[in-house]
Design a protein around this ligand. Structure first.
Ligand SMILES: Nc1ncnc2c1ncn2[C@@H]1O[C@H](COP(=O)(O)OP(=O)(O)OP(=O)(O)O)[C@@H](O)[C@H]1O
Length: 470
């Protein structure tokens, strides 16, 4: 496989080989050489892939910390085994690594974990991806592993950074749909910024391109768009759905699927509360400083809009970025912005206008003064209701037994695969919790139908999957 090269621009940069003839000069200028590593160099840099340098394990293989260039460059090396053709799981892993190289060699962004280079060693049947090293764990750790509890400001910043990265991917000259947005695919860099990682399931091209139309649905249960049932259903709005789930996770601090909650699926749990305007009930009570009511309301309504069952009605990522930008300004306490915001809060007309701009058609009913801890209701066309509650009761999230949380794994569809644990995985300790793997056979091009609960997927054939859209 030949991999074209990109430079590092502030926006996403894409090199599409199909466009090379048209803009070869421009392309030439934009290309920057990816490094081709040899195996020994990476073995040395990871101390022989030692346990001390082990960072984690994903569905494609293991990840190690590497010290390169005499200590000047820290990197993460993702190692996958090239296996026999009849090994479904490993084939799928290799396909995902190939896909990740293919996409990351064309796309770069400051809020993404970018590719530095790669190594293919046929003798050892190994492929290695060398990406930027992120020393501060995953967003999943920051949200769900006490004592790390992110502040509201930090959560909003991370949500905005990821929204910007996803928007850049969607709006690139040759768009990219990530298909696996989730908190464990967001890594935190040395400066505390959130970076989007793991492009193993991503697809590059226009949704009408043949290769996109023929790729079976894939993603992670709990984050997967329920309207993405067949290859033809794929649009950028599937990423918007996953981002909405991520936003709910950021607001609430609960997992996308958590059996200690009823309903266990975060969308089904949060939506009724948001519709009733009970924003405090979805807030992560572990954060000491309460969020401004405007912050939590805007975040919750945006999340609710992102997870709407009708894909077309979801906002696009530019709108999400715009909303999160304004939320960030409010949460940071920018005095000018706060003054403007308070003024609009005090005039129902302005609230109407601003919410209408967000395509939620609201009717504002003001009930009493703020001092009296009263509630104002804002009802949208689709039943999403906002209540501006001056005194917000905080109901703590119930105590969670960690082993009741389903750690979501990517549903691979880059190659042939099957349901069940990886038989080649001798070490399951890295995944302490239950792992769900539902894998879709490419040949059968099975479609995934999510029930109304949106949390549990089952595989259906084309014939049986009735695609009811609202
Ligand atoms: N660039 C990196 N820098 C530092 N640590 C990393 C990096 N990439 C991955 N890791 C660590 O390795 C772990 C495994 O990552 P990987 O992307 O392979 O799988 P995953 O996203 O956790 O799972 P899945 O592949 O099923 O989606 C991560 O949880 C993280 O702890």
């Amino acid at each position: 496989m030949g991999y074209p090269f990109c430079n590092d621009e502030s926006a996403v940069s894409i090199c599409d080989p199909r466009r090379r003839s048209r803009s070869s000069h421009q392309d030439q200028k934009r290309r920057l050489k990816l490094r081709i590593f040899n195996y020994d160099e990476l073995a040395l840099a990871t101390d022989g892939f030692s346990a001390g340098n082990f960072l984690g394990k994903g569905s494609h293989g293991r990840v190690y910390k590497a010290v390169l260039d005499g200590g000047k460059l820290l990197a993460a090396v993702k190692r996958t085994t090239i296996a026999a053709a009849d090994d479904y799981n490993k084939c799928s892993s290799v396909n995902q690594v190939d896909n990740e190289i293919e996409i990351l060699s064309r796309v770069r962004h400051r809020w993404m974990v970018n590719l530095i280079g790669y190594c293919v060693d046929h003798r050892r049947k190994t492929k290695l991806l060398v990406v930027e090293y992120m020393p501060n764990g995953t967003l999943h750790d920051h949200l769900h592993s006490p004592p790390l509890v992110s502040s509201w400001n930090r959560r909003v910043k991370h949500a905005l950074q990821i929204a910007i990265a996803v928007h850049a991917l969607h709006s690139a000259e040759t768009p990219v749909i990530h298909r696996d947005i989730k908190s464990s695919n967001i890594l935190i860099d040395g400066e505390g910024n959130a970076r989007l990682a793991d492009f193993g399931l991503a697809l590059i091209g226009n949704v009408n391109d043949e290769h996109l139309k023929s790729t079976p649905p894939a993603g992670t249960l709990g984050y997967l768009d329920p309207s993405y049932l067949a290859p033809a259903d794929l649009t950028a709005k599937s990423d918007v759905f996953s981002f909405g789930v991520l936003l709910l996770e950021i607001i609430s601090g609960r997992e996308a699927i958590d059996l200690d909650f009823s309903p266990s699926c975060i969308v089904d749990w949060a939506m009724p509360l948001i519709k009733r305007g009970e924003f405090a009930a979805i807030c992560d009570s572990r954060i000491r400083n309460r969020p401004k009511s405007a912050v939590i309301r805007r975040l919750a309504v945006m999340a609710a809009r992102c997870v709407r069952s009708t894909a077309e009605k979801r906002p696009d990522m530019s709108e999400v970025v715009e909303c999160l930008n304004s939320v960030r300004k409010i949460s940071q306490g920018n005095p000018v912005w706060n003054r403007l915001w308070r003024r609009s809060e005090n005039r129902s007309e302005n609230v109407f206008v601003s919410e209408e701009k967000e395509e939620i058609h609201v009717r504002m009913v003001r009930g009493g003064s703020k001092k009296q801890s009263t509630v104002s209701s804002v009802r949208s066309e689709d039943g999403v209701c906002e209540r501006i509650v001056t005194e917000m009761p905080v109901s703590p999230l119930p105590h969670r037994r960690r082993n009741r949380v389903l750690r979501s794994r990517s549903v691979g569809a880059m190659g042939r695969s099957k349901v069940g644990p990886d038989p080649n995985d001798g070490d399951n300790t890295a995944v302490a919790t239950t792992t769900i793997r539902i894998l879709v056979e490419r040949e059968r091009a099975a479609t995934m139908k999510l029930g109304k609960s949106r949390s549990v997927g089952m595989v259906r054939s084309h014939k049986t999957a009735s695609r009811k859209r609202d």
